[in-house]
Design a protein around this ligand. Structure first.
Ligand code: URA
Length: 240
């Protein structure tokens, strides 16, 4: 890979900024100052430094965001709403995007990455990745709903996969889904004339927010990335 491309894709700056940094003798390739932006480097083997800081190559980036209300799960503004990518501006260079959608008024766990293949697999019902939502509704919850969610509910002319409903207080429940139809949780409750007042995703696969404040994010650790990859290698439903 060309040195300037490597530096841009590592987030050091734009192509123009990176060229200036190289010209200013701030980039070292294997401990030697390098002035050639077009030098072909081996991103896995060569040691690239910006002054004293080593730059380690990442093909893909994985961020765990605590989505606040008022942002769209997209890379583009929609109407008056800014995209969630505005909250992870530092990774704009990597073109990360949200894995699936949380509604504008929904909050909680949102994985962001630029690994399109993994994102696609994590969202496929085939891989049975659990998503857990904490939901508040406008009327006291009835126990009968538990069975209805388990049986599945017709949405878009299709029966939803069995969902788990745990009632935790008169107006609050946890819902576990293995798929993600458009506005699925809200529409499931609406079938029984409940309006969802608030919806917070507390878990996506094994990922929870654990101390990440609203609007903040952290990078996934390598073990977490490997675990996500493993999840998509074991299909839990049938053999297709
Ligand atoms: N289901 C919904 O209805 N909304 C969300 O944001 C996520 C799941």
């Amino acid at each position: 890979m060309r040195l300037d491309r490597f530096l841009v894709s590592s987030g050091l700056g734009s192509r123009k900024e990176v060229k200036k940094i190289i010209k200013d003798k701030k980039i070292f390739v294997n401990e030697q100052i390098c002035l050639d932006s077009s030098l072909n480097i081996d991103e896995y083997k060569d040691k690239i430094k910006h002054l004293n800081d080593e730059i380690v190559y990442h093909k893909f980036y994985y961020l765990l965001l605590n989505k606040p209300e008022g942002y769209v799960s997209s890379t583009k503004k929609e109407g008056k709403y800014l995209p969630v990518t505005e909250l992870v501006k530092e990774y704009e260079f990597a073109n990360v995007f949200p894995v699936g959608r949380l509604d504008v008024d929904s909050t909680g766990v949102l994985l962001m990455t630029n690994n399109g293949t993994l994102a696609h697999q994590l969202l496929s019902p085939k891989y049975h990745v659990d998503k857990i939502y904490e939901v508040e509704v406008d009327f006291p919850l009835k126990d009968e709903l538990i069975k209805e969610f388990e049986k599945g509910i017709i949405i878009d002319n299709e029966l939803t996969l069995p969902a788990k409903l745990e009632i935790i207080s008169p107006y609050k429940a946890l819902v576990t889904l293995h798929e993600g139809k458009f506005h699925q949780v809200k529409r499931m409750f609406l079938k029984f004339s409940y309006k969802v007042i608030s919806l917070n995703r507390i878990q996506f696969a094994f990922l929870t927010l654990n101390g990440i404040k609203k609007g903040e994010y952290r990078m996934l650790a390598n073990e977490e990335i490997l675990k996500l990859e493993e999840l998509t290698q074991h299909k839990t439903l049938d053999n297709n």
